[in-house]
Design a protein around this ligand. Structure first.
Ligand SMILES: [Zn+2]
Length: 235
């Protein structure tokens, strides 16, 4: 039986006890995630290129049911949602790891969580998703200073806000890395992670995210340096 099936059964089972709960996707009472919303989380990959030309593959668009589930995981402590969301991440993460493994070992490195976010949640979202996706994370990066919330900032502002915000915990010697984050918007955070790892002697070969924000509408600044290609699920 597949892991997807198991997590579906787990959710169905837990649903019976969660009388006060409602579906993260549609508010149906009594379940954490209904069958229809569960199937809305099937991966439909979206490719993003960061301003520094790092290729990022996201498992799905950050909209609809996926966006609601991710917000509940990130904002409301609903960690059980990391299972179905981790299943979706697995589709892109496993492919990235397998694609890289042909030429040696590859480290799966989560984008670091700020101390404030970790204190608030008690868990690190990218790390949790990596584990639920069936991989093992190597926490090579740490944040060096607090940074402002990226929301509401334009592309150039985001890059400036995050620059110098990360550092590798130890020096590398050419080890190859797949970077992982929960949501990719402009890619400025991935670029900073790549900068910090490259400076420490690692080689970032690709990056994956659970979800990509569907457009840069609402962001100030010009988006010409960030190219996107949708998997066919434009809102
Ligand atoms: Zn639902």
């Amino acid at each position: 039986m597949t892991r997807t099936r198991q997590s579906h059964d787990l959710l169905a089972e837990l649903g019976g006890f969660l009388l006060g709960a409602s579906c993260a996707g549609c508010d149906l009472p009594g379940v954490l995630l209904c069958a229809a919303c569960r199937s809305a989380l099937l991966p439909l990959p979206v490719d993003v290129v960061t301003p520094s030309s790092l290729a990022v593959r996201a498992a799905m668009s950050f909209d609809g049911v996926a966006a609601r589930c991710i917000r509940r995981l990130k904002g409301e402590g609903e960690t059980l949602l990391a299972r179905p969301l981790g299943d979706a991440l697995a589709a892109v993460l496993t492919a990235a790891i397998d694609g890289a493994r042909g030429s040696g070992d590859v480290l799966v490195v989560p984008v670091p969580t700020t101390r404030a976010a970790f204190r608030r949640r008690g868990y690190r979202v990218p790390d949790l998703l990596i584990r639920r996706a069936g991989a093992r994370e190597t926490r090579l990066l740490r944040t060096t200073r607090s940074r402002a919330d990226q929301r509401g900032l334009g592309i150039a502002e985001r890059a400036q806000n995050v620059h110098g915000a990360m550092r590798a915990r130890r020096a590398g010697s050419g080890e190859r890395v797949v970077l992982v984050d929960d949501v990719v918007t402009t890619g400025a955070t991935f670029d900073e992670a790549m900068r910090a790892l490259t400076a420490a002697g690692y080689e970032v070969i690709s990056a994956v995210a659970l979800a990509a924000t569907p457009s840069h509408r609402g962001l100030t600044g010009h988006s010409s340096s960030t190219h996107r290609r949708h998997g066919g699920n434009d809102p």
